[in-house]
Write a protein that binds this ligand. Sequence first.
Ligand SMILES: Nc1nc2c(c(=O)[nH]1)N[C@H]1C(S)=C(S)[C@@H](COP(=O)(O)O)O[C@H]1N2
Ligand SMILES: [Mo]
Length: 512
Amino acid sequence: MIAGFCALAVAELVAAVVRPEAGPVTAVGGAVIDRTPPALKDFAVRHFGTNDKLVLELGILTLLTLFAVAVGLLALRHRLAGSAAVLVFGVVGAVAAVGRPEGRPADALPSAVGGVLASGVLYFLIGRLAPASGPSPAAGGRGGEPDRGTFDRRGFVIAASAAAAASAGAGLLGRRLTASVQAGAAASRRDLVLPVPDSAAPAVPAGAGLRIPGLGSFVTPNKSFYRVDTALVVPRLDAAEWRLRVHGRGVEQPLTLSFRDLLRREIIERDITLACVSNEVGGPYIGNARWIGVRLADLLREAGVRPPSRGGRADQLVARSVDGMTIGTPVEDVMDGRDALLALGMNGEPLPFEHGFPVRMVVPGLYGYVSACKWIKDIELTTFDDYDAYWVKRSWSQQAPVKTESRIDTPRPFASPKAGVIPVAGVAWAQHRGIRRVEVRVDGGPWNTARLAAEDNRDTWRQWVWEWPATSGNHTLEVRATDRTGATQTGRRVGTVPNGATGWHSVVVHVA
Ligand SMILES: Nc1nc2c(c(=O)[nH]1)N[C@H]1C(S)=C(S)[C@@H](COP(=O)(O)O)O[C@H]1N2
Ligand SMILES: [Mo]
């Protein structure tokens, strides 16, 4: 276990120099995420939520500990075989790191160096456990067989402690180095002054938030905004070094833009509700924010891109992030007049690192995995025939407009409110179509029309409330929404794969 610890610590130190994502635990974790079947990924998101990454990392560390013990036992019998086994782990880490979407040959270094060093440490420490030559005076007259008491106990303890201490030092140094590299990014975010928008969002109508206990705020604060991504290490970029390339099929004028270039453009501010395709019926992976940024369509037009409906040759826009995520969005949607953004601000502050600093995409009406690329660095125009983005390769749909959905936020499941008038309230969303009606029913009875909160715009969710004259006993509440196209949310239950869950959210309560 000490040798294993040494491997990880040294690898983290090397990773601090190469890049943090190349560390073995992160690399293997990333490789696991890349290969996780949708059902398992969904299970992880459902049961561990935003802690899924922590669970994954703890799982890897637990497995490594068990392997370390097994390799240690092997090494006691075959010293060389043990050291060779450690090298195998180094190779696994190195292959995982290089094989990540943005992997480079240098990413093999942390695991390689860690593996070689640990293999030597194991060999050396096992050597300290070998019986001292000649019978030990302390062993008494048992003769012949080497005795466990005969090894140089003191020498082993000193060597082992030294290895552990040196590893801890290397690990801490690695942390320090990473932190100092990231300090530049933190400073660039702290010093960023958001521009005043040329086209400001209208004030949120006073009645958009219903102020009912148990119902969240209309605008989701950044701190509680859901986070869904594959990044075990949150990319921390320096805005001054950030560049975005726009190129590909039908691009007459390829562009390379810096953050300053973006700031010089027309800046717009818009309220848009972002939802994740992995959100179960009734789930939490949806949030509403005020974004500021530049209109993506303007940029594409400048680059000479035309939408397919006007003879453009590309129907898919593939956004690529610094951590190798690829997200494919219909060019038609981006250019049809909706406010698809390259966003640089969220709720009055620069994007938080977790939400894509310095620049991300936001497109009203599409699930995040087909629109909302964080830490974006490249936009390539191509076709849906020619290219499948990250999640499409993993059995999700190429195109995924947000489905008309609604959720009951209060009362909570299995609450026991008192009989009388109980406000049943929640949110409904059908981004870019808007919500026309929300209805609630009790125990499968007739549908009752809920009161809708004021609408901010058709790209945002809408709160609603229905005053329920509740009688005592167990009751099931159900909700359904109708969007402005007249389509009513279907009651047919389907899971999140391949393009979003459907069904009516229901809540069972016991009225006292
Ligand atoms: N680089 C990158 N961008 C990404 C993702 C990701 O894994 N990596 N996940 C997408 C998904 S699935 C969603 S739902 C949204 C979530 O954005 P948020 O974490 O800011 O809420 O980001 C999208 N953009
Ligand atoms: Mo998502």
